[in-house]
Design a protein around this ligand. Structure first.
Ligand SMILES: Cc1cc2nc3c(=O)[nH]c(=O)nc-3n(C[C@H](O)[C@H](O)[C@H](O)COP(=O)(O)OP(=O)(O)OC[C@H]3O[C@@H](n4cnc5c(N)ncnc54)[C@H](O)[C@@H]3O)c2cc1C
Length: 272
């Protein structure tokens, strides 16, 4: 009995996915925790179309089977994604673990997914008879639940080429290295011609899904730094209502306090 497939092209991988009951296997760093000898695995690490990082006029197109090491070493990748990737586990995991696996495992603790939320990235999902490109916010349906169909692969992540330079990123873990996030936060704020042209934030490891509230962040857009200071407390109030941490090993109160402190620090670091 064949229990693993090693396709070398996307077409072959999608054909197997359409006709067999298989589990996509990228780096295996999540899957290896619960190996199952009855499962047939579809290995993705030889699918060349999923290993590229290229740019077009609008996007950096990141192949879903790129490892965190590939991300860190590629000159097209913005610093914020490199920094978040460099904080993941240890080199052995970074050499195997992929951005596609980080997204598809459906975890709100996923460090690269936080940055993809922040950057309003789009995901290209492909089967052998369909293709769709959706915002990452629509991909997640709940804890460990995503909208990917059983015959689809996440093939690429589309990341905007601009707007991520002035960033703030913090991962709060139990220790400095080799830690899964207790809370993570990323923000970008851009000012053009004296007015805030974009403010984006994302909170990880707090709820079942990464929190990305563009509807709140827009409160600061179009304002000068001085005008932003005036609405700052209303902005905090909105986030205070929006952040409803789940209880776990870490208390909900702790997570909430850390989120609000990081948000405040992010604004203060931008003079607000
Ligand atoms: C010791 C250790 C430390 C870790 N530390 C961190 C950490 O600090 N931060 C962090 O974010 N994560 C961490 N992780 C989790 C893990 O390394 C990451 O989530 C990694 O990105 C998973 O990628 P992978 O390629 O190994 O996924 P895999 O294990 O191969 O797959 C994960 C899931 O995604 C599916 N899948 C993978 N790729 C695709 C695709 N292209 N299309 C459709 N489905 C797909 C698989 O079927 C599976 O359900 C850690 C894991 C370990 C073991």
């Amino acid at each position: 009995m064949v229990n693993k497939y090693l396709p070398t092209s996307l077409t072959k991988a999608l054909d197997i996915l359409a006709t067999e009951v298989v589990t996509p296997y990228a780096g295996g760093t999540d899957l290896m925790i619960k190996p199952d000898e009855n499962v047939k695995y579809l290995f993705l690490n030889k699918v060349t179309e999923m290993k590229n990082i290229v740019e077009d006029d609008k996007y950096i197109r990141i192949g879903a089977a790129c490892s965190f090491t590939d991300i860190i070493e590629n000159k097209l990748i913005p610093s914020i994604l490199k920094e978040a990737s460099a904080e993941i586990a240890a080199p052995a995991i970074r050499n195997l673990g992929t951005v596609g696996g980080n997204i598809c495992n459906g975890s709100a603790k996923a460090d690269s997914a936080l940055i993809f939320f922040l950057a309003n990235c789009k995901l290209r999902l492909v089967s052998n008879n369909s293709e769709r490109v959706i915002p990452i916010t629509e991909f997640y349906l709940g804890k460990k639940k995503t909208c990917i169909h059983s015959d689809e692969l996440l093939v690429e992540i589309l990341m905007s080429k601009t707007g991520l330079n002035n960033y703030y990123y913090k991962k709060v873990g139990a220790r400095n290295a080799l830690a899964i996030a207790r809370v993570s936060f990323a923000g970008v704020l851009n000012v053009e011609n004296g007015k805030i042209s974009n403010c984006s934030t994302a909170f990880g490891a707090v709820s079942d899904i990464i929190i990305r509230r563009a509807d709140i962040d827009v409160m600061l857009v179009g304002k000068t730094i001085e005008e932003a200071k005036i609405v700052k407390e209303d902005y905090f109030k909105k986030y205070d209502q929006a952040i409803l941490p789940i209880k776990g090993r870490i208390s909900a109160e702790y997570r909430k306090t850390v989120c609000m402190n990081l948000l405040r620090d992010f604004l203060e670091s931008n003079g607000i």
